[in-house]
Design a protein around this ligand. Structure first.
Ligand code: GLP
Length: 237
């Protein structure tokens, strides 16, 4: 495991970009996941700037969505698809990059089709993941099975509080679809990004204690043979 302790948003985004750019330079036709949330926003700004100056390109890559809410009344409003369009724009949504959407559907045939697309790509070359306060990756909540693939999950109260602060319970989605731990653990490389409010506990659990623990799903990635963790250094102070 390679751990990069980056202090401050600029350093964090720069370290994450350096790792992603290195992977793309080694293999421009990567199949990868890109996460949502607050954590990668700086990375995506840097990535857009780097792509504009020709330093990096996702044009030969295949981007898989990591997760998506179900039951959003005004889909795509508030969805992860909308997030990715907003934060990645031309970097991914252009004529060249292959983008594989994870549709907000609980139809088993559609979920199986997503797994088939992952298999046809030869699995993930790079799983870029954020980490939830409770240690979830994608929407693999605590006690998700290691063998799980793309499926519907019930969101935990912790996650709903973190992602929908101040939003009426009735207006929060209760379910999501997510790529499973099997695909993330099975990726050829993993880039884990840890930053943000309320993450000190999970950062310390992952980086100072280690060891797999089903109640903290991100710990399943700790033994990965090619894991890079970029962590906001102040979380470990
Ligand atoms: C969400 C997403 C994850 C993301 C995590 C962390 O619930 N399902 O893919 O990594 O939360 O979000 P943030 O970066 O906003 O803390």
């Amino acid at each position: 495991m390679r751990v990069v302790r980056a202090r401050g948003e600029g350093a964090f985004a720069g370290a994450a970009l350096a790792s992603l750019a290195g992977a793309l330079a080694a293999r421009p036709d990567l199949a990868l996941t890109l996460p949502t949330g607050g954590t990668p926003q700086g990375l995506y700004r840097e990535l857009a700037a780097a792509q504009r100056r020709g330093a990096v390109s996702l044009e030969r890559a295949t981007v898989f969505m990591l997760d998506e809410y179900l039951d959003l009344a005004a889909y795509p409003e508030g969805s992860f698809l909308a997030y990715l369009r907003e934060h990645l724009g031309e970097v991914v949504f252009n004529d060249a990059t292959r983008f594989i959407p994870l549709e907000p559907s609980d139809d088993p045939a559609r979920l199986a089709a997503y797994d088939r697309a992952l298999d046809e790509a030869g699995g993930l070359d790079l799983a870029v993941v954020g980490v939830g306060r409770n240690g979830h990756v994608g929407f693999n909540e605590p006690h998700s099975p290691l063998a799980a693939r793309t499926r519907v999950v019930e969101l935990s109260e912790d996650t709903l509080e973190a992602n929908f602060p101040g939003v009426d319970r009735a207006r929060r989605p209760r379910r999501a679809v997510t790529v499973g731990l099997a695909d993330l653990v099975g990726a050829r490389a993993v880039l884990m990004l840890i930053a943000g409010e309320g993450k000190a506990g999970v950062a310390r659990r992952l980086l100072l204690e280690g060891g797999p623990d089903p109640s903290v799903p991100a710990t399943h990635l700790l033994g990965h043979r090619s894991l890079t963790v970029v962590v906001e250094a102040s979380l470990l102070d």
